[in-house]
Write a protein that binds this ligand. Structure first.
Ligand code: ADP
Ligand code: MG
Length: 307
């Protein structure tokens, strides 16, 4: 969000309920939330000091598109993203909200990050190298970074408070946390979302390596998908034609920024990360735009014009 846009929302301060790393949440009555995606970017659990222009709009546009694609797989939290349909007391903020906000049902979020993996990489690969399993799921020997798994697996993590790292959970830990029935539903829904999304992405020449969804229950107890879905912040997307197991894959996700921070910025990870130079900002923005355009087949510039 530009400083001007953030300033434009100052009038909502008394309704502010939560600041995440990327999103701001405001109360709308008792049952609804206004979720605003800023242009902040996080990596290694830090919010970076530099914003990526339009990122909040790209994430919002992509999530809304995916919610539609998944509508018959799992219900979602969206009420409307059309600012013209927002309650009239939000009208003064329409310009700051258009394109980057969603009016949604307030959910009681499940305290588990629901991750599905179809390919092995990142923290999952590290865990596999150490133990031969990921989140308690045994895997065959000989897999490499980027290997396709025999079948997609559920690899949940804890939802760590800001400043702490999410920890892998095995299925028994999820059962302890939420009970056996809900644990089974979380696993089934997460794997169903993965399967649907992976097949849609594949048609666009993109492999969905892994993805995280956040689920919660509405006031009627219905399990719904909330937050954002299948964005470059929550998922790893790889161009299908260049996958080469045994190395890190080129991607349409945050990997570019992570790599710059780790290998080029000189950051030693002992404190907050440094600002991103302008060329890194522009390349990162382009990766997010490319992910949106490739997956949806839509033009981002026209989304920006029409919302
Ligand atoms: N419909 C919803 N109801 C309640 N909380 C939600 C809903 N959708 C998303 N959230 C929560 O809002 C926050 C979104 O902010 P975000 O910046 O993504 O947070 P984080 O730093 O945890 O990734 C998350 O804590 C998420 O669980
Ligand atoms: Mg989040």
């Amino acid at each position: 969000m530009t400083p001007a846009a953030a300033g434009a929302l100052a009038g909502l301060a008394d309704r502010h309920v939560h600041s995440g790393k990327v999103r701001e949440l405001f109360a709308v009555g008792d049952d609804l939330l206004l979720m605003v995606a800023t242009d902040r970017i996080s990596a290694f659990d830090y919010v970076l000091p530099t914003e990526i222009p339009d990122k909040g709009a790209i994430l919002t546009a992509l999530s809304l598109w995916w919610f539609d694609q998944l509508a018959d797989v799992v219900p979602n939290h969206v009420v409307t993203a059309d600012v013209a349909d927002y309650p009239t007391d939000l009208a003064p903020y329409a310009d700051a909200l258009r394109g980057r906000s969603v009016l949604c049902r307030r959910l009681d979020m499940v305290p588990v990050e629901c991750v599905a993996r179809g390919y092995l990489t990142g923290g999952g690969f590290t865990e596999y190298v150490e133990r031969g399993s990921v989140c308690g799921v045994e895997l065959p020997a000989g897999l490499e970074d980027g290997s396709r798994l025999p079948e997609p697996i559920f690899t949940p993590t804890t939802k760590a408070p800001v400043g702490e790292h999410d920890q892998p959970m095995d299925f028994a830990a999820v059962v302890d946390e939420v009970g056996a029935e809900l644990a089974q539903r979380l696993r089934a829904v997460t794997l169903d979302v993965y399967a649907r999304a992976a097949s849609i992405a594949e048609r666009a020449g993109i492999l969905l390596a892994d993805t995280k969804v956040e689920l919660g229950r509405d006031s009627d107890g219905v399990l719904r998908i909330g937050d954002e879905v299948l964005t470059p912040d929550s998922s790893r997307f790889w161009p299908a034609d260049s996958r080469q197991p045994g190395r890190q894959q080129p991607s349409y996700d945050k990997q570019y920024v992570r790599d710059w921070l780790l290998h080029e910025s000189g950051w030693d990870r002992s404190g907050p990360p440094p600002p991103l130079p302008d060329d890194v900002v522009q390349r990162t923005r382009q990766k997010y735009v490319d992910a949106y355009e490739r997956l949806t087949g839509r033009d981002f510039a026209s989304y920006l014009r029409t919302g």
